[in-house]
Design a protein around this ligand. Structure first.
Ligand SMILES: Nc1ncnc2c1ncn2[C@@H]1O[C@H](COP(=O)(O)OP(=O)(O)OP(=O)(O)O)[C@@H](O)[C@H]1O
Length: 706
């Protein structure tokens, strides 16, 4: 049995890694530990802690993200079949299957179906005990129960695996801090009227009543003048965390909000407003912020909850709490980003029960709608069903088209902070597009794309890296150096400062290395999109997917098939895919062009953007590179700009002054003549020269006769 468990543990390769874990323990050991605890055996520590399994490391594993990914993806049919085979009843919900909890004694079950199994990942959560785990964990629990003929299991089987002292201390410190902030904050009702009014003006929430603030338990933390939103949860509804919101107004019109959470945002899973929702409430309005939830609740009396990290993600672990609702109205904000997020989240929630409030004139975000005295019932009634039909008329599209015309800046996508020239050509980074990136061997493709993606993830673009060529530790080191903009080897005392900040970025890495099968990679990407709402996937590089395919067939055909698969993924998942492809062999002094991309023309045809890192091997200026955009489907602008490389920070910058962005009018790429055509053209030229010589000879003859 032990051998089997160890083999399973080792084979259970966790295919998506959070960058937070790269310098920590190998987390597959966590899976193994769960299995061990389940079967009440002592772990074979010497073997598990041996070099084979855990890279030596002094830092403790932090249990703040769910990373397990099944070795072979499961389907809802597999889960149902298994439950039926064990004679376990279940309800088919929207995103989860509802099962009687095995962690509660049958006589003590408040709700007979309180265990939720995610239909996409198989992850489970028991709402009564907060036990959670993978599908394999649940199967093991059920097997143990059956073997020992028990009706239930102790929740400690899965909750009670030992935490390191460091980890325990950190959690306790965090909880003490949460309690300290909460107890030193003042309930709104206890504030003097003029002070309360001043705070409301500062946050532009003058229309939100004290009664509403009291109902939701909102407080004020005076030292930083922040609103405090509590997170109550668990079977005992205890205080689990807080969110602090501060407001800054640059002018009278516009206020910018900053938020901080305790615990930190990656483990902050609060659906604000949930304790006020009745067990039988059939409808909910899902918002992108706590203030919006206050506004919806006050204006309509409808149950409303706010997503913990706004429109950036909907963590699947929250889905069980939304299963009771027959109708979910998503009113996430008033910009294109919120609109795109609401379409993506509704897929997770189940399209049929979701309706979306489309941003537009007369439909601002709820807190603004309250300030403007809008009719909330009309706005919610006018929300449109998320389930779209296969055939639509312009009547259904006209609002979408209008929205795009109204918000051209937002439609253009997220702007790079470090590459303004790229913004000028490409206009931004958009969801659902395919970018093909090429450049000569060793010219710095990985280094450049690393900074290019870091820039975007610093602006909230959830990013997944597939680095098949260099390992994740090396890649993360490059990114961290680019992030800190300095050689950290020489400033090791600053490592923790930068690493802590870097940890907060929404960056994930696939743990693949070397040749991979395209199906496994696509499954992992799909899984990551579901779990982490990934908006950008980078594949470095395409050649690492080719080796696994059957090369008895034409390798260009294999490459075309792979490019087609990535194209489809980008479109269907509304996720940008950046594909690095090596160029075909060219002469060293020639610049690359679109036709230089390895393979057939499929890559450039399918791509929305084609980027080339051009290398000029000048003796006077070695390392000088230029970035050329040769295709831009969004608006057709193409161009080239120079890049300087700063070796100490591994970053690229545009040389100041003399060099300017060169825009090139888009014209179809000149086709490189084939061998046959070249020969024909050469013969034609020779024929013409011969004819010219003949004519000259004739002319001289005529002249001499005269
Ligand atoms: N502009 C540049 N000038 C000089 N060195 C550079 C430049 N850009 C990157 N480098 C360095 O060159 C090395 C190779 O860079 P990188 O791995 O990014 O190239 P690549 O094009 O991805 O390589 P490959 O063709 O093998 O995929 C790295 O050590 C990097 O720091």
């Amino acid at each position: 049995m032990w051998r089997r468990l160890l083999q399973e543990g080792a084979a259970c390769m966790l295919q998506v890694a959070d960058h937070r874990f790269l310098h920590q323990r190998h987390f597959s050991s966590v899976c193994v530990r769960l299995h061990q605890r389940l079967l009440h055996r002592q772990p074979p520590c010497s073997k598990l802690r041996g070099k084979d399994y855990l890279p030596s490391c002094t830092r403790a594993y932090k249990k703040d993200a769910k990373l397990e990914f099944p070795a072979s993806p499961i389907t809802v049919t597999d889960v149902k079949q298994y439950l039926r085979s064990k004679d376990i009843s279940f309800h088919d919900g929207y995103s989860c299957l509802h099962v009687p909890s095995v962690f509660v004694e049958p006589s003590e079950r408040k709700d007979s179906f309180s265990l939720f199994v995610d239909k996409t990942t198989g992850q489970f959560l028991c709402k009564d005990t907060l036990v959670e785990g993978s599908w394999e964990d649940l199967q093991d629990c059920l097997e143990v129960m059956q073997k020992d003929e028990q009706d239930s299991l102790s929740p400690r089987v899965l909750l009670g695996y030992p935490e390191s002292v460091e980890e325990l201390e950190e959690r306790e410190r965090e909880l003490r801090e949460v309690r300290r902030v909460w107890s030193s904050s003042v309930p709104f009702a206890d504030l003097p009227e003029d002070e309360a009014q001043l705070i409301k003006i500062m946050f532009q929430i003058t229309k939100i009543s004290n009664a509403t603030l009291k109902k939701f338990g909102v407080r004020l933390f005076k030292p930083t003048k922040s609103l405090v939103f509590p997170w109550f949860g668990g079977p005992d509804s205890s205080l689990k965390g807080v969110k602090l919101l501060s407001a800054q107004s640059s002018d009278a019109e516009k206020v910018t909000y900053n938020e901080a959470t305790m615990p930190k945002s990656s483990s902050y899973y609060n659906l604000f407003g949930l304790p006020l929702v009745g067990r039988m409430d059939p409808e909910v309005v899902l918002t992108g912020s706590e203030l919006d939830t206050l506004a919806v609740s006050q204006a309509t009396g409808f149950p409303s909850v706010a997503l913990p990290r706004g429109v950036s993600c909907l963590p699947p672990i929250l889905l069980p709490y939304l299963e009771q609702f027959k109708r979910v109205t998503l009113w996430l904000g008033d910009d294109i980003r919120s609109w795109e997020a609401s379409k993506i989240f509704s897929r997770k929630l189940g399209l049929r029960r979701c309706s979306l409030v489309r941003p537009g004139e007369g439909r601002p975000r709820p807190v603004e709608a309250l300030a403007l005295g809008k009719n909330f019932n009309n706005i919610i009634k006018s929300s449109i069903p998320a389930a779209h039909k296969s055939i639509v008329s312009f009547k259904q599209l006209r609002e979408d088209v209008y929205g795009e015309l109204m918000n051209t800046e937002q439609v253009a996508g997220v702007k790079w902070a470090r590459f303004p020239e790229l913004n000028r050509i490409l206009k931004g980074h958009r969801k659902g597009e395919l970018t093909v990136f090429t450049g000569p061997t060793g010219s710095g493709k990985t280094t450049f794309i690393s900074e290019f993606t870091l820039d975007l993830s610093m602006q909230g673009v959830n990013t997944l890296w597939g680095s098949f060529e260099i390992n994740n530790v090396r890649l993360a080191k490059i990114m961290l150096t680019q992030f800190a903009m300095q050689r950290l080897e020489e400033n090791l005392e600053q490592y923790d400062f930068w690493a802590d900040k870097f940890e907060e970025l929404p960056l994930y890495f696939m743990t693949f290395h070397g040749q991979q099968n395209i199906k496994t990679v696509l499954d992992t990407m799909q899984h990551a999109v579901y779990l982490y709402d990934i908006n950008h996937v980078i594949i470095d590089n395409l050649q690492f997917m080719m080796g696994q395919e059957n090369l008895s067939v034409d390798k260009f055909a294999v490459q075309d098939h792979i490019i087609g698969a990535f194209r489809k993924f980008a479109t269907n998942s509304s996720c940008h895919v950046t594909l690095i492809i090596h160029p075909r062999k060219e002469e060293d002094d020639r610049e690359l062009q679109t036709a230089s991309i390895f393979g057939s023309a499929k890559a450039s045809q399918e791509a929305d953007n084609v980027l080339i890192l051009q290398e000029k091997k000048l003796v006077t200026c070695p390392g000088r590179r230029s970035l050329q955009v040769t295709k831009n489907r969004f608006d057709g602008d193409v161009g080239i700009f120079p890049l300087d490389f700063i070796k100490s920070s591994l970053t690229f910058s545009t040389p100041k002054g003399k060099h300017k962005l060169r825009k090139v009018t888009a014209k179809p790429e000149a086709r490189r003549p084939s061998g046959g055509r070249r020969r024909r053209r050469w013969r034609r030229l020779k024929r013409k020269k011969r004819q010219k010589r003949q004519r000259l000879r004739e002319l001289t003859r005529i002249c001499s006769r005269k």
